[in-house]
Design a protein around this ligand. Structure first.
Ligand code: FHN
Length: 594
């Protein structure tokens, strides 16, 4: 399935994301009327996702075999028959679950909403349902409804509470989507499944748990656009204020969810959300230790906010109801950073200055927030294309004023006195007069000697011939989707990628191409042109592009270029001769030679 986003002059033809290619289409260009209750969501910026179900008890292991990637897919991955999976419920006793502790963690982390799995694809209801006995009250020794207490404890702390509900995939039911190992697909009646389980259960959730901020649907199927609209209308009556995620399907829903673990490369208008796992799985896996550190979470949060969206970060509690140690630790550290710097995130909009080698920007009326993710070696932050007049600049944490100068549309901030250099993200605030300018998507990308390296991403390429800018989706394990924007389809010298950069300092720069290259593309000659000089190189083999395997990128130094005069330069990358696709180009990195 193809999704096309039109943003400024960029076109990103994105490949489908979402587990097993089930992602719906959501038309970001359609002029939709916004939901009247959307503002809290747009302002929230940070949410907590929780995947919790019987799979949490299995913890990524079935019959002594470890599974990797999306742990909540273990029933599907191991083809566990329903009658065997039923038995897991008899062992599910989350005695450590404490609604107040979970809600307080959410509060300490600084999230503004929480969404938890009421029923995932496995079909097990983590709430008290009268529709089925395959629920936590009837089928487990725990016998209590954790969702009641959690919804109350969360709302009590001023956090919006919502449910995830898998409305089509239900591997427990003969008519539910996608259990093909127990049930004959050709005999499935999806409408009956909607009538008998999904709709009645959603009505229970929308009736028995107080006001829901969000109903987070996932992996739609089996319904036309008209049927989906009727389904929405029927549920809306119960809670008109509740927001429905775009994965209700058919381009409907109140806000856009990108593919799992996907951040758009440039700002996107409207309400939207990026969703991320904390390690490599949504559901708990005992042997998955790949947790993002708090620095990484803060960087991700700033990056998503700089594009105008929300980050909903997932945690996977175990079968006893304990949230993993590193999720607690890193969420609390993120919250501590937000305590001091939240002003630059909550209720902000996308920054109007494109990403720079030092970081990204967010904005509020009269204020531009500079998120310094890479501190410049000379402590001078250049904000190019600043068309307003700056009146004051200060560090957000501590409110210390900073010296600055403005030469035409170049604003230079001196951050020598900002001492919290170990902070993952020191936020500087620029106050200015007048209204914010529009985001300038075609501004040249800055390359400066003040940084160890200056990556110029594929999204900034102007392509010609057959070359394209594409978002490539792939996974390392199973369902742990990665998305990388690349220039693709360069097969002949006419298929080129041109990058316009502004090099601010004289000196020698090593030019490095970052690309993925399968065996059949390796050993071909490519060229890189800059300032009338042509550099040739021979491509090196990495890996082929396959949705179900890692896409490996190499950083290949191909030229040393001497800048005598700072200014605007054009770098053109293309095949030297007609051949196979040269490579999938992720970025050009300009590394100053010290
Ligand atoms: O298949 C699910 C997956 O298990 C997980 O729940 C994610 C979260 O966004 N949604 C689906 C895949 O997109």
């Amino acid at each position: 399935m193809k999704r096309i986003l039109f943003i400024g002059c960029f076109v990103v033809a994105g490949l489908a994301a979402g587990a097993q290619g089930m992602e719906e289409m959501w038309d970001s260009t359609a002029s939709k009327k916004e939901h009247p209750n959307i503002q809290w969501f747009k302002d929230a910026k940070f949410g907590l996702f929780i995947h919790w179900g019987l799979y949490s008890k299995l913890a990524g292991t079935w019959k002594g075999k470890n599974y990797y990637g999306s742990g909540e897919w273990i029933m599907n991955q191991a083809r566990i028959p329903v009658r065997k999976y039923d038995k897991v419920a008899a062992t599910f006793d989350p005695v450590n679950f404490n609604a107040d502790e979970w809600a307080q963690l959410a509060k300490d982390a600084g999230v503004k909403y929480m969404v938890i799995t009421a029923k995932h694809h496995e079909g097990f209801s983590m709430f008290d349902s009268k529709v089925t006995n395959f629920d936590i009250v009837d089928a487990t020794p725990y016998k209590k409804d954790p969702m009641k207490a959690l919804s109350e404890a969360t709302r009590m702390r001023g956090i919006q509470f919502g449910f995830y509900y898998s409305q089509f995939q239900d591997w427990h039911e003969p008519n539910g989507g996608r259990n093909t190992w127990d049930f004959d697909e050709s005999k499935k009646d999806y409408q009956q499944y909607y009538r008998d389980k999904a709709i009645p259960q959603l009505k229970e959730l929308l009736t028995n748990y107080g006001p829901l901020g969000i109903v987070w649907f996932d992996t739609p199927g089996g319904m036309t656009k008209e049927q989906t609209q009727r389904f929405i209308n029927e549920l809306r009556k119960l809670q008109p204020k509740s927001l429905f995620s775009s994965r209700v399907g058919q381009g409907l829903g109140d806000y856009k969810d990108f593919g799992d673990s996907e951040v758009p490369p440039v700002p996107i208008a409207g309400a939207w959300e990026s969703i991320y796992t904390h390690n490599d799985s949504w559901g708990y896996i005992a042997h998955d230790m790949n947790f993002k550190s708090s620095d990484e979470i803060i960087e991700l949060l700033a990056n998503v906010a700089s594009k105008g969206g929300n980050l909903m970060l997932n945690v996977g509690p175990d079968g006893l109801g304990t949230i993993p140690y590193y999720s607690v630790k890193y969420l609390k550290a993120t919250g501590a950073w937000l305590q001091k710097n939240g002003e630059s995130i909550y209720a902000s909009t996308a920054g109007f200055i494109p990403a720079q080698p030092w970081g990204v920007t967010t904005a509020k009326p009269g204020r531009l927030f500079l998120h310094i993710l890479n501190r410049p070696g000379n402590d001078t932050v250049l904000v190019p294309g600043f068309t307003n007049t700056a009146s004051k600049v200060y560090a957000l944490d501590g409110k210390m004023n900073l010296p600055f100068t403005q030469k035409s549309t170049d604003l230079y901030v001196n951050m020598t006195t900002v001492k919290n250099i170990h902070s993952p993200n020191a936020v500087l605030v620029v106050e200015y007069k007048g209204t914010a300018p529009a985001y300038n998507a075609s501004a040249p990308v800055t390359v400066s000697a003040a940084f160890d390296n200056n990556p110029v991403g594929a999204i900034f390429a102007k392509t010609s011939g057959n070359a394209k800018v594409q978002s490539l989706t792939y996974s390392h394990y199973y369902g742990d989707w990665k998305h990388t924007t690349c220039v693709t389809d360069m097969l002949s010298p006419g298929d080129a990628a041109a990058f316009t950069v502004r090099i601010t300092d004289p000196g020698d720069y090593k030019l490095i191409l970052e690309y993925a290259c399968p065996q059949e593309s390796a050993n071909q000659e490519g060229s890189l042109e800059i300032d009338g000089k042509t550099f040739l190189y021979r491509t090196l083999r990495t890996s082929a592009y396959d949705r179900k395997a890692p896409l490996l990128f190499i950083k290949h130094p191909v030229a040393i270029f001497t800048v005598v005069k700072p200014g605007i330069y054009r770098i053109v990358v293309k095949p030297y001769k007609q051949g196979k696709e040269l490579f999938k180009l992720k970025s050009i990195i300009a590394e100053p030679i010290k």
